[in-house]
Design a protein around this ligand. Structure first.
Ligand code: GUN
Length: 292
C-alpha cells in the first residue's frame, strides 16, 4: 500500500469533541441549548436509521433534538405547515428534512421554505446560491461535501491550483462539492453518466471525489499516482463471510486504488462519520447566529 489512509472516524471524533466543548461552554453561560429538529416523512428504513443517528449525535454532544415523523402519504401542506412551525419555534436552532422525501411531494418548495438561519443542511436555494457566487458566503454548507473538503484540509492536501475531478452532480454531494473546490481555487471537472472517456478524465486528477453510487466503479488504473481520493460511496454487497451477510464498499475499488493514490478514505470510516460531525457543527453555528 502506498496511500496514506485518511481516518475519517478519528477526524470526525476530534471535531465532535470540539463541538461538544463549545456547547458545554455556551450552556455554562446560560445560553440556549443548540437544538436540531428533524423531519422524517415515510418509512424508509435507511432514512429512519440516518435520522436516529443524527439524534443520537445531538445527545452525545449535549445538544437537544426533536424528531417529527409524518406518514408516507402526508400531503404538501402538512409538510409545509410543519416547516413553518419549526421556523417560528425559538427553541429550534436547526431544521433538517431527511431526503429523499416521497415522490409526490415538491422537495424544492419544502427546502425553499426552511428559514436560511436554520438551514443546517445548506440545501435552501439561498444558501446554495451564495455558495455558487463569488464573494458571497452561505450561512451553511451541505454536510457531506463540507466533510470531504474538511478531510482534505486536515491531512494537508493542497486544493489551490489542483486538478479536482468530482464524479456525480447530485444536489446533496457532487454539485456543492464542486462549488466548494472552486471556492478554494481548484480547477474542477464534474463528471456524470454521459461523460466521455471517464478513466482518462480521472487520470488527470490530483483530487478525486467519487459520489456516483456505483459499487467500486473507479479502478486503480484510473488514479493518477499520488492523487487524493475521497470516496463518498456507501454500497452494500453480499458477503457470506459476514454474520450480517453483507458489507459496505465505496464507489472506488479500494484495494486497487490504495496502491496508486497518495491519500485515500476507507469505506466505512472515511466520509461517513464526517457528515454527522458537520451537521453538529452547523447546528451549533445556527444557535450562534440566531442570538446575534
Ligand atoms: N439524505 C442523504 N444525505 C442527506 C443529507 O445530508 N441531508 C438530508 N436532509 N438528507 C440526506
Amino acid at each position: 500500500m502506498t496511500a496514506q489512509l485518511i481516518d475519517g472516524k478519528a477526524i470526525a471524533q476530534k471535531l465532535r469533541m470540539e463541538v461538544a466543548d463549545a456547547v458545554m461552554k455556551r450552556t455554562a453561560l446560560g445560553k440556549m441549548q443548540p437544538t436540531l429538529a428533524t423531519v422524517l416523512i415515510g418509512d424508509r428504513p435507511d432514512s429512519a436509521a440516518y435520522v436516529a443517528s443524527k439524534q443520537k449525535a445531538c445527545a452525545d454532544l449535549g445538544m437537544g433534538s426533536v424528531n417529527h415523523t409524518l406518514p408516507a402519504d402526508a400531503n404538501q401542506s402538512q409538510v409545509e405547515d410543519l416547516v413553518k412551525k419549526l421556523n417560528d419555534d425559538r427553541r429550534v436552532s436547526g431544521i433538517l428534512v431527511q431526503l429523499p422525501m416521497p415522490a409526490h411531494l415538491d422537495e424544492e418548495r419544502v427546502l425553499s421554505l426552511i428559514s436560511i438561519e436554520k438551514d443546517v443542511d445548506g440545501f435552501s436555494p439561498l444558501n446554495i446560491g451564495r455558495l455558487a457566487q463569488k464573494g458571497r458566503e452561505p450561512l451553511f454548507v451541505p454536510c457531506t461535501p463540507f466533510g470531504c473538503i474538511y478531510l482534505l484540509e486536515q491531512v494537508g492536501v493542497k486544493l489551490e491550483g489542483a486538478n479536482a475531478v468530482v464524479l456525480g452532480r447530485s444536489n446533496i454531494v457532487g454539485m456543492p462539492a464542486a462549488l466548494l473546490l472552486i471556492g478554494r481555487n481548484a480547477t474542477v471537472t464534474v463528471c456524470h453518466s454521459r461523460t466521455r472517456d471517464l478513466p482518462d478524465v480521472v487520470r488527470n486528477a490530483d483530487i478525486v471525489i467519487a459520489a456516483i453510487g456505483r459499487t467500486e466503479m473507479v479502478r486503480g488504473s484510473w488514479i493518477k499516482p499520488g492523487a487524493a481520493v475521497i470516496d463518498v460511496g456507501i454500497n452494500q454487497v453480499v458477503d457470506s463471510t459476514r454474520k450480517s451477510g453483507h458489507r459496505l464498499v465505496g464507489d472506488v475499488c479500494f484495494d486497487e486504488a490504495k496502491e496508486v493514490a497518495g491519500w485515500i478514505t476507507p469505506v466505512p470510516g472515511g466520509v461517513g462519520p464526517m457528515t454527522i460531525a458537520m451537521l453538529m457543527k452547523n447546528t451549533l453555528h445556527a444557535a450562534e447566529i440566531q442570538e446575534t
